[in-house]
Write a protein that binds this ligand. Structure first.
Ligand SMILES: Nc1ncnc2c1ncn2[C@@H]1O[C@H](COP(=O)(O)OP(=O)(O)OP(=O)(O)O)[C@@H](O)[C@H]1O
Ligand SMILES: [Mg+2]
Length: 255
């Protein structure tokens, strides 16, 4: 076989990880006078690496997360009262296997969404099926969708191992259809012991107001909080800090 034919055969066999590095590995083998098995092992590793990174990419896309965040880039000194230990506990993901939830509630800009996204991203890396939902936007989208689309969205929110409902009640009161959707999702996931992480800057005592129904708020909270870690985020807004440093850096700041 010529080199071209080998490359074609590798692609036909869906071994593109090997095909992409073939010429490099060949050169390496010739330069180093490597034993065949050593070169072959490198090529197999190339294929395994390629498959793993594709799988992670697919899982990340499927989660609908918009960024890959971690806890390593979080500045714990900025708001020293944050429940750091509880955040790392969540990041360890044991709560997913236990079917427990997490409620991250507190002041705007304190990093609730950041921590929730970091936990969700870590879950995708560990092989969990994750769905990240910007609550207000997607509730609005749901209420305008056709019945078939609604059924498929509902499945997408009920079936994953982990659902993140980010920034719940950001736009204050949600409409009745959205409130019912939230109730259905929470009930279904509770029944199947599937985890939810909620972030909100609205204290749970006020949820009745935002749902427009106090009884519904109680039934939702009852299930959400039955097996849940409660994380309170007190402190200053990091957004304001960033805005302040931008102003300080701007060339017109002293003008
Ligand atoms: N302690 C921190 N260290 C580093 N970055 C932070 C920290 N806290 C917040 N941020 C960053 O500040 C921005 C705002 O944080 P985030 O969106 O997580 O806040 P939030 O608590 O969800 O606010 P809101 O209630 O308004 O939704 C994000 O870009 C986040 O990465
Ligand atoms: Mg947020």
């Amino acid at each position: 076989m010529t080199m071209n034919e080998i490359e074609r055969a590798l692609r036909e066999l869906r071994l593109s990880g090997i095909a992409d590095t073939l010429s490099t590995r060949l050169m390496q083998a010739q330069c180093n006078q490597e034993p065949f098995l050593e070169t072959f092992a490198c090529m197999l590793q190339d294929e395994l690496d390629r498959r793993r990174s594709r799988l992670l990419e697919r899982r990340f896309k499927h989660s609908r997360l918009d960024e890959r965040l971690g806890l390593a880039d979080f500045d714990w000194r900025f708001n020293p009262k944050l429940p750091r230990q509880a955040c790392f506990e969540l990041h360890a993901l044991k709560f997913i296997a236990e079917g427990a939830n997490a409620m991250i509630i507190g002041r705007p800009g304190t990093g609730k969404s950041h921590v929730a996204k970091a936990v969700a991203y870590q879950a995708t890396l560990q092989g969990y099926d994750v769905r990240y939902v910007e609550a207000d936007t997607e509730f609005a989208h749901f209420t305008l969708a056709s019945p078939a689309e609604q059924a498929s969205l509902l499945r997408a929110w009920v079936e994953p191992d982990l659902l993140v409902l980010d920034d719940l009640f950001l736009a204050r009161r949600i409409c009745d259809a959205a409130a019912e959707l939230l109730q259905t999702v929470v009930h279904q996931r509770y029944k199947h012991r599937r985890s939810i992480v909620v972030t909100s800057n609205r204290v749970v005592q006020d949820w009745g107001k935002y749902l427009g129904d106090a009884t519904m708020a109680t039934t939702i909270l009852d299930r959400l909080m039955h097996r849940a870690a409660m994380l309170e985020f007190e402190g200053k807004s990091y957004r304001l800090k960033e805005a302040a440093s931008r102003i300080a850096l701007s060339p017109t700041a002293d003008a």
